[in-house]
Design a protein around this ligand. Structure first.
Ligand code: ATP
Ligand code: MG
Length: 139
């Protein structure tokens, strides 16, 4: 079993598709281990995406991620990291395959509806950034 961090980003919350995305998470066979709705501060968004701090889009990305509420979801499944990224599709919705969440709900490479950890080390950092060990339920 593996865990990954998913985020239903502010653009998806604004569209009113929290429920559709959670339904897809369950249909795909993930177990939800923890979940919380929050509005990130700019500072929290900067800390979360610190790996991108030298990218030209860092300021805009962290403005977007703190512009409204998002939903943080810890997911568990065999090969959860890769599996969740497959369900999301490519970073740029224009390049995301039909049937993926970003193709369906993303508007641009920045406003792309969902986040997913990209490796075991980043999943561990990201899950720990938002959830205390006690909040991650073994099911
Ligand atoms: P995420 O980390 O959110 O799951 P990702 O791993 O597919 O997405 P990253 O390269 O880690 O993509 O980029 C993080 C986020 O930064 C993207 O999801 C997107 O919101 C934004 N982003 C990435 N590239 C660009 C870009 N060229 N212009 C604007 N925003 C971008
Ligand atoms: Mg990433």
């Amino acid at each position: 079993m593996q865990r990954t961090l998913a985020i239903i980003k502010p653009d998806a919350v604004e569209q009113g598709v929290i429920g559709k995305i959670l339904a897809r998470i369950e249909q795909e066979g993930f177990t939800v281990c923890a979940m919380r709705m929050t509005q990130l501060t700019k500072h929290e968004a900067e800390g979360f995406y610190a790996v991108h701090k030298d990218k030209p889009f860092f300021g805009s990305l962290t403005d977007f991620m703190s512009c409204g509420p998002c939903v943080l979801v810890a997911l568990e499944a065999p090969d959860a990291i890769r599996k969740w990224r497959d369900v999301m599709g490519a970073t740029d919705p224009a390049r995301a395959p039909a049937g993926t969440l970003r193709q369906e709900f993303g508007a641009s490479i920045e406003r792309n509806a969902t986040h997913g950890s990209d490796a075991p080390e980043t999943a561990a950092f990201e899950l720990g950034y938002f959830f205390r060990g006690l909040e991650l339920i073994d099911r």
